[in-house]
Design a protein around this ligand. Structure first.
Ligand code: CA
Length: 663
């Protein structure tokens, strides 16, 4: 009924200009052919523009500039769509659309569903995406992780920016700054240590999380020689890869082919690929593809009609509206089905509504049961959609197989990201022990956590360890090494190196899903720059020679990754197991945390496990329970294997120990 009324309404000329359209009356198009459907005989275009009075397809012979070749009116289709089929093979042409609403023509824009784009993503490209499949693509399979029945907690995530990985001279990589750079094997730093893809494999992580690799706006793809840099949190085309990471941004196919080659190279080397996706806002607001084609539909607004801005980037999308929800779902499915992507990290996920996120999870898990989904359970500003409906950290238990980042453990470990000189547990701040306990138990209910003393959350928010990402740093804010230099400035470089090892030991022995930031395993620095989103290569590039210079730290953190993967005790599946089988010692002094895991109960080859952290600048002695048969695996921030003969253990300042009793 509503749809019939709607069709009548919009079939009539609009006379009252100021009257806003009723968003709830917009028809929902349920087909899956929005955008271009290409064959060599015919190209069919369909856009959703229910408020338009007319729509045009505009064809060009180039990606930017030039005169149009043809302007072709679209025909009104069902459910608010407009369509046209062009006979014959139209391959190689570029296209855009414009619509007329209330007598005014929009700008020319690609449609939001566009999958092949030209330089700077301003026009779509007519072409056959099948031609982008690299050799062996039909046989490409995501590598196994975590054994027969993998859980998200079996993942070890490594967050990496495509350009940072290869752009430094020390990378030894030829395809510098490109997707293809990450497909190269046998690459070495100045002293012969592996870099790039070989390093990722050697380090032992399971999932490489790439910073935005969809088509973003801030790097001018037409000027490859100009020094440019951006993280890419400024989305333009959600369904196409970024052009500046390809060897030819103009033709539409190259960027697709090269990103697929990256995915395949990772899969062939035992690594899974996670994409960082930013559906919460668009680079442009009034001039975005969404807003040009369907003004007012895809964004939330304030009561006064202005764009609300929970992203702090000028707008926020409205995931709760059916066609935005469908857009996100179709886009994510495209990356999984066309590109074989293995997971997604949702930027400012707290902007999206819970129902949309759970629908996404259900449908993506149906396609790929071991897909990994996680996001930031917060926003960067207030939103008109009520908190109770949004995918905020506090609502984590309502999310279906989607994890949230734990800023509680992050800042518990190193101090607040907002208070630069504040220390955390790993750098000597006593009073942070409950935040660390909260992190170790993956923000689940545990009888030995005093929630009133946790830094941020005053109650457990996770129903399962699969719902929490444990980390101490990411691309945002100071990288760990720099944070330690700023906050623990009176400490010696050796002490700060110990703090870095302790911080990583906490993350990698915590329950939940561990997440590491690229290069931190060998003390990467960003030279004190806090927000390096456009700071250029001199700040962001990974200096691979640090891997040699800090080889002991690297060897240690690599061993931690390996230990975690071998020992299910650090990867418990349920909150009930954690509450029953992980027990904190209550006799520890301030700045010291000791916990024991019943390895027997969780199927670990280590019968009993004792983990101890000393976050203080003094040596500490801990008494060992039922001494006699404990062996060390880690002691004083080093791999150490030996039998302990005394009933006590001395921990050097800022250090971790992992002991076990063999079966
Ligand atoms: Ca771009």
């Amino acid at each position: 009924m509503i749809r019939i009324l709607f069709a009548i309404l919009f079939a009539m000329p609009m006379r009252v200009k100021a009257q806003p359209f009723d968003l709830s009356a917009y028809p929902v198009y349920e087909g899956d052919d929005l955008g271009l459907t290409y064959t060599s005989n015919r190209s069919t275009f369909r856009i959703w523009a229910p408020t338009a009075e007319a729509a045009e397809l505009v064809l060009y012979d180039r990606p930017l500039g030039g005169e149009d070749l043809r302007r072709i009116p679209l025909e009104r289709g069902r459910s608010g769509t407009w369509q046209i089929s062009l006979q014959g093979d139209q391959k190689g042409l570029y296209y855009a659309f414009r619509v007329r609403i209330r007598s005014t023509w929009s700008q020319e824009v690609p449609d939001p569903y566009v999958k092949l784009v030209g330089t700077n993503g301003r026009r779509g490209v007519i072409g056959d995406i099948r031609e982008t499949d690299p050799p062996g693509w039909s046989l490409d399979r995501s590598p196994a992780f975590g054994g027969v029945s993998p859980s998200p907690v079996d993942a070890v995530i490594y967050e990496l920016h495509v350009r940072d990985a290869s752009i430094h001279p020390s990378s030894g990589i030829r395809g510098k700054g490109k997707f293809l750079g990450l497909t190269e094997t046998g690459t070495r730093n100045t002293s012969g240590r592996s870099t790039g893809l070989d390093h990722l494999k050697e380090f032992g992580v399971t999932h490489v999380h790439l910073l935005p690799s969809y088509d973003f706006s801030s790097v001018d793809e037409s000027k490859p020689e100009k020094p440019q840099y951006n993280w890419g949190y400024d989305p333009l085309n959600y369904n196409a890869p970024e052009g500046s990471y390809s060897t030819d941004p103009s033709d539409g196919l190259t960027r697709v082919r090269e990103f697929k080659r990256l995915v395949k190279a990772f899969h062939d080397n035992g690594l899974r690929v996670v994409m960082d996706v930013v559906y919460n806002h668009t680079m442009f607001t009034e001039t975005s593809w969404f807003e040009q084609l369907v003004p007012g539909y895809f964004y939330r607004k304030r009561a006064d009609g202005s764009f609300s801005d929970a992203s702090a980037c000028g707008n926020e999308t409205a995931s709760e509206r059916p066609m935005m929800r469908r857009f996100m779902l179709a886009s994510l499915k495209h990356w999984v089905q066309e590109y074989h992507v293995d997971g997604f990290r949702f930027d400012l996920m707290g902007i999206h509504d819970i129902e949309t996120m759970n629908t996404i999870s259900k449908e993506l898990h149906a396609i790929k049961p071991d897909i990994l989904l996680y996001g930031e359970g917060w926003t960067a500003g207030s939103s008109p959609l009520p908190d109770s409906l949004r995918a905020l950290k506090r609502n984590a238990a309502s999310l279906d197989r989607i994890a949230v980042f734990s800023d509680d453990i992050r800042d518990g470990i190193k101090g607040s990201v907002f208070v630069h000189d504040e220390k955390g547990f790993a750098s000597g701040r006593v009073g942070t022990e409950q935040s660390i306990r909260f992190g170790i138990t993956a923000s689940t209910a545990h009888p030995q956590v005093d929630f009133s003393k946790v830094n941020y959350s005053k109650a457990p928010y996770a129903a399962s360890p699969e719902q929490v990402i444990s980390y101490s740093e990411c691309h945002d804010n100071h990288i760990l090494r720099d944070k330690l230099e700023i906050s623990a400035r009176t400490a010696t470089p050796e002490q700060r190196m110990d703090m870095q090892r302790l911080a990583n030991t906490i993350v990698l022995t915590a329950q939940g899903i561990p997440f590491l930031h690229a290069g931190s395993e060998f003390l990467r620095t960003k030279k004190g720059v806090e927000n390096s989103f456009n700071a250029g290569d001199s700040i962001n590039a990974i200096d691979w020679d640090l891997k040699t210079r800090n080889e002991d730290t690297y060897a240690f953190i690599r061993a931690l990754v390996s230990m975690r993967k071998r020992h299910p005790a650090f990867r418990m599946r349920t909150a009930a197991d954690i509450a029953s089988h992980l027990k904190f010692r209550e006799d520890s002094t301030a700045g010291v945390i000791v916990f024991e895991i019943d390895g027997d109960a969780v199927g670990d080859e280590w019968k009993e496990i004792l983990v101890a952290f000393n976050g203080t600048p003094a040596s500490k002695v801990i008494m060992l329970p039922r001494s006699g048969s404990w062996r060390t695996h880690i002691h004083d921030n080093r791999i150490s294997s030996g039998r302990i003969k005394t009933p006590s253990l001395t921990l050097k300042p800022f250090s971790a120990a992992v002991l076990y009793k063999a079966r």
